[in-house]
Design a protein around this ligand. Structure first.
Ligand code: AMP
Length: 502
């Protein structure tokens, strides 16, 4: 008798069933886990508080495992805040039917109601009140103000204070007032007075070079800065071995008496800052209005624009049109990071606290040479990077550590935090930190101890470095020299091919 085995594969179609739907759990971010069955594969849609959820980069459905007709996955949420709390409804459907399931999610407490008796102010108002009170005479990023050192409370002034290195507020420094964030009453202190070391940055015998106006020939506008326009120019008789060189000139329009004084102090300070990774300052031209500062010209402009121009989006958009548009490689990113860290080691050695380190304030020259090029003046084009408080004060909160946000305390350690954010910017091709959050949410996240996520292209060693910069306690953060050494050895281990970027 003839015997045979026949295997028959049956394809059974059936409507979807949500087998499991759990409350959010933390994986690298947040995940609402689910298991769904169905054949054909069900389409999945989510509703948040009854409203269809538009999936995007930071809220997305991910399927991690498929077994036969069972789909295991997550609604993945990157850095959710209180606005993401609520009921999530999963709808699974195919041509044979649909199933729905609800789950409640709580990621973050709702910003606190007013505890100060002023009538139901939310967190943002309390925060604003705090900044209004303590930011009253600050000049951070104030248009037309180039204050270097002021007799007022200059704790929020953008420029170069010499730190006394004392990061810990003594009880006598604590004012009677407090900010209430959540249930926490935080004593507010005025920023510790940064003493000015006359022997360091502001030497009495500083010789600022004066350049004659007829030696400056403007060529074209490069951009608009906080103080006025920036031009590309030719400068004659500046160096003995070259008749003319290209320079960037920054103009200061309609300077008041105090504005002019600030301008001169800043020029002295810039004259004393000399390092291969700090943009070179040549001198001033003050014969008539506008006042002018002359800097070395950095061919590729600011680093943020440069990173975006060499990121995947720009490369995609330039497809076929601009064949020279190339995506930055990891070794190139390390090379950039290492140079900024070198500049910061120098600034720290001069007891100079930058307060506004960000890629928008770095410049890129030929052969991927990067220098710190701007000392904390906000820009119109980057106005969304700053949080305006109390009228004029603009704070780069996305780059600031908790103690700078809460107490406006700026130190070399707070610069280290910002350097960590700069690394994150580099490895995301110039994304805005916490781009998915509003300013108030950013303040909330940072003060609650959250940190930015590891960018997709970022090696673990570099992310560990970032985490070392983002330790909550300033003294726990990596030292700037350690950061530089680490970046240098990582950069050395992966050589850079510069020619493609010219
Ligand atoms: P800032 O006043 O520094 O905010 O500069 C405004 C614009 O001018 C920015 O977009 C920079 O790209 C450009 N810029 C500033 N300084 C230089 C420089 N030294 N070399 C080339 N471009 C510069």
């Amino acid at each position: 008798m003839l015997c045979c085995n026949i295997t028959v594969s049956l394809l059974i179609s059936f409507p979807p069933t949500i087998v499991q739907l759990y409350q959010p759990v933390r994986n690298q971010d947040w995940c609402i886990p689910f298991t769904v069955t169905g054949n054909p594969r069900p389409d999945l849609h989510w509703y948040h508080e009854g409203k269809l959820l538009e999936e995007q980069q930071y809220i997305r459905t991910e399927i991690h495992e498929i077994t036969d007709t069972e789909y295991h996955g997550c609604l993945q949420l990157d850095i959710p805040t209180h606005i993401h709390n609520g009921i999530y409804t999963l709808v699974a459907s195919n041509e044979f039917g649909e199933d729905r399931g609800n789950v409640s999610a709580h990621f973050m407490h709702i910003p606190d109601v007013d505890h100060s008796g002023t009538g139901g102010l939310g967190f943002s108002c309390i925060t604003l009140k705090f900044f209004l009170k303590y930011g009253r005479s600050s000049k951070f990023g104030m248009k037309g103000s180039s204050s270097v050192i002021s007799n007022e409370d200059d704790s929020a002034s953008p420029l170069h204070h010499v730190s006394n290195g004392n990061n810990t507020p003594s009880s006598s420094e604590m004012g009677p007032d407090a900010v209430i964030i959540g249930m926490t009453k935080i004593p507010v202190i005025e920023n510790p007075q940064y003493f000015r070391n006359p022997g360091s940055m502001l030497k009495s015998d500083t010789f600022v070079q004066h350049i004659k106006r007829h030696n400056i020939l403007l060529k074209r506008e490069l951009g608009e800065g906080a103080f006025g326009k920036v031009f590309l120019a030719e400068c004659y008789n500046l160096s003995p071995d070259q008749e003319k060189i290209l320079v960037a000139v920054k103009t200061l329009k309609e300077a008041s008496e105090s504005g002019r004084a600030d301008f001169h102090r800043e020029a002295e300070l810039l004259t004393n800052l000399q390092h291969e990774h700090i943009v070179k300052f040549y001198g001033v031209c003050v014969e008539s209005d506008p006042l002018i500062m002359v800097f070395e010209y950095m061919k590729h402009g600011d680093l943020n624009k440069f990173l975006r121009a060499h990121g995947p989006d720009a490369v995609l958009m330039a497809d076929g049109q601009q064949s020279l548009q190339v995506e930055l490689t990891q070794p190139q990113m390390l090379h950039i990071a290492q140079q900024i860290a070198a500049g910061m080691v120098y600034l720290a050695s001069q007891h100079f606290v930058h307060r506004d380190l960000a890629t928008r304030n770095c410049l890129v020259g030929e052969n991927l040479l990067v220098k710190i090029g701007d000392f904390g003046m906000s820009r119109d084009v980057y106005s969304t990077d700053y949080y305006r408080v109390g009228g004029h004060t603009m704070l780069p909160i996305r780059w600031m550590p908790p103690e700078s946000i809460m107490y406006r305390r700026f130190t070399t350690e707070s610069d280290v935090w910002s350097l960590g954010v700069v690394l994150w910017e580099i490895f995301t091709y110039g994304k805005q930190p916490w781009y998915q959050l509003s300013n108030n949410e950013v303040i909330e996240c940072i003060t609650q101890g959250r940190v930015l996520q590891r960018p997709r292209t970022c090696p673990k060693e570099v992310y560990d470095l970032m985490l070392g910069c983002w330790q909550r306690e300033p003294y726990m953060r990596l030292n700037i020299k350690e950061i530089h050494n680490l970046l240098q050895s990582l950069a050395k281990a992966s050589p850079v091919y510069l020619d493609i970027l010219g």
